[in-house]
Design a protein around this ligand. Structure first.
Ligand SMILES: [Zn+2]
Length: 83
């Protein structure tokens, strides 16, 4: 048994828990995970029109996620905002 399994953490790199690390980013309709707590919605303008972005916070590791629901693009979805 070793205690040295955690690599040094860079200050600006969010440390994701396993569940967060498993989220597929920037892919439309990729699922989140069970410990994400839903926050506020906001609207943002895109080329094609307004999209809804929902804020989530992981209750496990504290990572803040945005989920963009943009029906015009397949390549948006989950992105890490910070912790
Ligand atoms: Zn997490």
């Amino acid at each position: 048994m070793t205690q040295d399994q955690n690599p040094p953490i860079e200050s600006n790199t969010p440390t994701l828990c396993d569940a967060c690390a498993g989220i597929q980013r920037d892919w439309r309709r990729a699922p989140g995970h069970a410990e994400l707590m839903q926050g506020v919605n906001r609207k943002e303008p895109r080329r094609q029109g307004l999209v809804t972005i929902t804020r989530y916070v992981c209750e496990h590791c504290g990572t803040v996620w945005d989920y963009e629901n943009n029906k015009f693009s397949q390549n948006v979805g989950w992105s890490v905002v910070g912790q």
